[in-house]
Structures are given as structure tokens and as C-alpha cells.
Design a protein around this ligand. Sequence first.
Ligand code: FMN
Length: 126
Amino acid sequence: MAEVMLKDNHFLVSQTDAHGKIIFANADFVAISGYSLDELIGKSHNIVRHPDMPKAAFKQLWDTIKAGKVWTGFVKNKTKSGDHYWVYATIIESQSCHGSKAYLSARRKAFANEIAEADALYKTMG
Ligand SMILES: Cc1cc2nc3c(=O)[nH]c(=O)nc-3n(C[C@H](O)[C@H](O)[C@H](O)COP(=O)(O)O)c2cc1C
């Protein structure tokens, strides 16, 4: 499947509840994902998970944000049609508009050298 090339000014934002269900996605996230906003809201964020991503990366992500710390890392995501795209993500704890605990992810394009490094690392992980 093809790689979707993000633009330098793409900035993909999504917000989840405390359990990882999507409660917000911005226009860039929606456009790149290939889903409609309605298809994303309320779904587990693993809707965009790519099978090449190691489980251990997500364990580290959740352990970090649940401890109230900032997680940054490279993520390979799958679009609705099965294509993929790489991002550099920053995930922090936030609050939903109802005041409950939430998490926020902001993602920029990952560059070719970053992708090569992350891809090689993830291939060594379980
Ligand atoms: C704010 C936030 C954003 C996330 N963004 C992604 C993402 O873009 N892609 C992804 O595969 N997982 C993302 N996750 C992690 C998923 O919740 C999930 O742990 C991961 O897709 C692995 O799926 P699994 O836990 O069902 O194995 C995000 C989690 C949070 C809290």
C-alpha cells in the first residue's frame, strides 16, 4: 500500500477520553485519515493503528501519559483505504469540554531520515 506524504504545514490533532476513545479530530487529521469526522468520533484511537507498529510502543505511550508526563515519538498510521503515513506525535494530558480527563495528540510530518530510523527500531521491537 502507498505512503501518504504529509505537507510541511500539516498538523494533525486529535483528543481522546481517558480510555483512548476519540472525542475530537481537526480537519487535517480527518483529511489524512480518509475517514469522516462522524466515523472517528467515539471510536477507539486504534482505528488508525498500523499493524507494523509494535505493541511495546503503545505500552510506553500509555505508561507515560498516565503518569502525567509528555510522550513524544514516531507513529506509523493506517488510513481508511489501507495506505499509511508517518508522524511525529506529542501527547499530553488535557481536559475534555466537560471537565473530564482527556489526552491530546498533535502531530507533524515525519521526515525521511526520521522514518528510516523509527522503522528500523520498530522492526526490532515486539
Ligand atoms: C491522544 C492519543 C492519541 C493517539 N493516537 C494514536 C495514533 O495516531 N495511532 C495509533 O495507532 N494509536 C494512537 N494512540 C494509541 C491508541 O490508543 C492505542 O493504544 C494503539 O492504537 C494500540 O491499539 P491497542 O491498544 O488496541 O493495541 C493514541 C492514544 C492517545 C491517548
